[in-house]
Design a protein around this ligand. Structure first.
Ligand code: 5RP
Length: 223
């Protein structure tokens, strides 16, 4: 599986060009991209990275990538990030690594959001428990409200996000109208953000046993 993640990452970094501001995703797949971008930098490419987590920041620094704060740039040229599941419409579930808030903020400021996954993550229906970042204060009450949306929220024990919050992994039988659900979840007081990324991916690059598969989103925000 690691080879397939790497394959997707190696294809994605071809889109990174000199002078770009580059969002650096989080997770084991995005790590391959960060390491490769580091190599490109050492070979002379000049880019500025915007990390989506403290972990990505650490990996990027180690790789020799110059980093900036998201506040320093009006827009990010390209972001390369992973995902936990991708559906046929290129909607995503993210947050398995707990970095969904910063990942979504970076994605929302990005001209081209490139998602890299191995083929196991391409699904027809989501089943990965939906990560929801909630403030610590009253988290059990927030969980009750998520339960009223037919979720079974489980506290991610021993985990605190880079923003000092908790993650509730929300199990479900089936999710229907993602867009409506996304807004319903985010309207609960105490919820910071949820891991549904709807219409945010511009391209998904899939590492498969038959090579790399590139899927472009038609008519998305940046087309
Ligand atoms: C972190 C994420 C990751 O991108 C997602 O969990 C995929 O990680 P990996 O590449 O390790 O499977 O959303 O919040």
């Amino acid at each position: 599986m690691e080879e397939l993640k790497k394959l997707a990452a190696m294809e994605a970094v071809k889109r990174v060009k000199d002078g770009m501001v580059v969002g650096l995703g989080t997770g084991s797949t995005a790590k391959y991209a960060i390491i490769e971008i580091g190599k490109m930098v050492r070979e002379g490419m000049e880019i500025v990275g915007i990390a989506t987590s403290l972990e990505s920041e650490r990996i990027a620094k180690e790789a020799g990538i110059k980093l900036a704060d998201i506040n320093d740039y009006d827009a990010i040229d390209i972001t390369i990030d992973g995902a936990d599941e991708v559906d046929a419409h290129l909607n995503l579930i993210k947050g398995g690594g707990g970095a969904l808030l910063r990942e979504k903020m970076v994605a929302s400021c990005t001209r081209k959001e490139v998602i890299i996954v191995d083929e196991r993550k391409m699904v027809t229906r989501f089943s990965f428990p939906l990560p929801v970042e909630v403030v610590k204060f009253g988290w059990k009450r927030t969980a009750d409200k998520l339960a009223s949306l037919n979720f079974n929220p489980q506290l991610r024990h021993g985990f605190v996000t880079d923003n000092g919050n908790y993650i509730l992994d929300c199990h479900y039988e089936a999710m229907e109208d993602y867009r409506k659900l996304h807004d319903e979840i985010n309207s609960i007081v105490g919820v910071v953000e949820n891991g549904l990324f709807i219409d945010m991916a511009d391209e998904v690059i899939v590492g498969t046993n038959d090579g790399v598969k590139k899927i472009k989103a038609e008519g998305r925000k940046n087309e």
